[in-house]
Design a binder for this molecule. Structure first.
Ligand code: HSE
Length: 302
C-alpha cells in the first residue's frame, strides 16, 4: 500500500506577520510518496528527485521529510513499522516558497494516511515543524501551517502552535516571482536585528491589526494600505538584487501590496483579480530579466 500527496508552496510572513502569518498557493508543490515495507522498521528515504545539482541528505534525521515522518511514527508508537519515503522536489530550496516545510508536511500527511489517518491535519503540525526545524534550525510554523491546512493562517504562538484560519477576501490572488538566486532561511535570519524601536513596533502593530481587519471585512483598499513591512523587509531587501524596482513595478501595475515571500528571494504581490496578478507577475519578472536574472512566475487564487 502506498499514499502519494501534494504539498503546496507557501508564502510566509505576508509583510506584516513575521513568523506568524502565511498562506498556501496552488502551485508549485512537492510530491511525497509513503509506502509500507515489512522488511525493516523505521523510516527510510528511498528516492529523492528534482534537486538539480543539489544533494539532499538521505539520512532520516538530517532530512526534513524524514525527521517529520520519524517523529510522527514515534508519537504513534508505530516505530516497528517500516516506511519508505519518496521525495519529489518540485521547487528549489532557498526560494522563499516554503520548500522544506512542504516536504515535511507532505511526509506527515502521507504517513498519517498510510497508518489509517489516526491524527487530524492540525495535530500533524507539531511533527511537521520538528521536521522543518532540521533545515533552518528555528521552530516556526508560518509555512507549515498553511501548507497543511490551506488558506491564510495566523499563529498566535509558535511555542504552543496555537494556529487559526483567517477569512480570504473574494477574488484575492497572488503573483509570486521566484528569481533564480538562493537565500537560505538560516542566513536571512542571521541578518535580522534582535531589537525593534518602539515607534517601528507601533507602525507594524497598526499594519498587522489593519490587515486582519481587512480580511474579516473584505476591505481590499484597507488591505492594500496595511501591507507594509516596517521591520523585516528593510533589513532583508539588500539580499535581493533589484527588490525596490520589482516592488515599485508591482505597485504601479495595481497590486494591493508587495513584499518578500518568506525569507526570500521570492517576492509576492497581492492583487484583486487573477487577471491583474498575471500582469503584475509579468511586470515583476521583466525587472529581473532586465538585470539578467531568470525567474519563474506563479499566479494563484488564495
Ligand atoms: N518566517 C520565516 C522567515 C519564514 O522569514 O525567516 C522562512 O522560513
Amino acid at each position: 500500500r502506498e499514499v502519494r500527496v501534494f504539498a503546496p508552496a507557501t508564502v510566509a510572513n505576508v509583510a506584516v506577520g513575521f513568523d506568524i502569518l502565511g498562506f498556501a498557493i496552488n502551485r508549485p508543490g512537492d510530491e511525497i510518496v509513503a509506502r509500507l515495507n515489512d522488511s525493516f522498521s523505521g523510516v527510510r528515504i528511498v528516492v529523492i528527485t528534482g534537486t538539480g545539482d543539489k544533494v539532499l541528505p538521505t539520512e532520516v534525521e538530517k532530512n526534513t521529510a524524514g525527521m517529520a515522518a520519524l517523529r510522527l511514527l514515534q508519537h504513534l508508537g508505530e516505530e516497528g513499522r517500516g516506511i519508505e519515503l519518496e521525495i519529489h522536489k518540485k521547487m528549489p530550496f532557498g526560494s522563499g516558497l516554503g520548500s522544506s516545510a512542504a516536504s515535511a508536511a507532505g511526509a506527515t500527511v502521507a504517513v498519517n494516511e498510510l497508518l489509517g489517518a489516526p491524527l487530524t491535519r492540525e495535530s500533524l503540525l507539531y511533527f511537521t515543524v520538528l521536521g522543518e526545524e532540521v533545515a533552518d534550525g528555528s521552530f516556526h510554523a508560518d509555512n507549515v501551517a498553511p501548507c497543511l491546512v490551506g488558506g491564510i493562517t495566523l499563529i498566535r504562538s509558535n511555542d504552543s502552535l496555537d494556529v487559526h484560519h483567517l477569512p480570504v477576501p473574494t477574488n484575492l490572488h497572488v503573483a509570486v516571482v521566484h528569481p533564480e538566486i538562493e537565500i537560505l532561511t538560516r542566513d536571512a535570519r542571521a541578518v535580522l536585528s534582535d531589537t525593534v524601536l518602539l515607534k517601528t513596533a507601533i507602525q507594524q502593530m497598526g499594519s498587522l491589526a489593519s490587515f486582519i481587519t481587512a480580511l474579516y471585512t473584505n476591505d481590499l483598499p484597507l488591505l492594500g494600505r496595511s501591507l507594509r513591512d516596517h521591520i523585516i523587509e528593510p533589513q532583508r531587501k539588500k539580499l535581493i538584487p533589484g527588490f525596490d524596482q520589482v516592488q515599485a513595478v508591482a505597485l504601479q501595475r495595481g497590486a494591493l501590496g508587495c513584499s518578500i515571500s518568506g525569507a526570500g528571494p521570492s517576492i509576492f504581490a497581492l492583487c484583486d483579480s487573477g487577471y491583474l496578478a498575471q500582469a503584475v507577475g509579468q511586470g515583476m519578472q521583466a525587472v529581473f530579466q532586465d538585470s539578467g536574472i531568470e525567474s519563474q512566475v506563479y499566479v494563484s487564487p488564495i
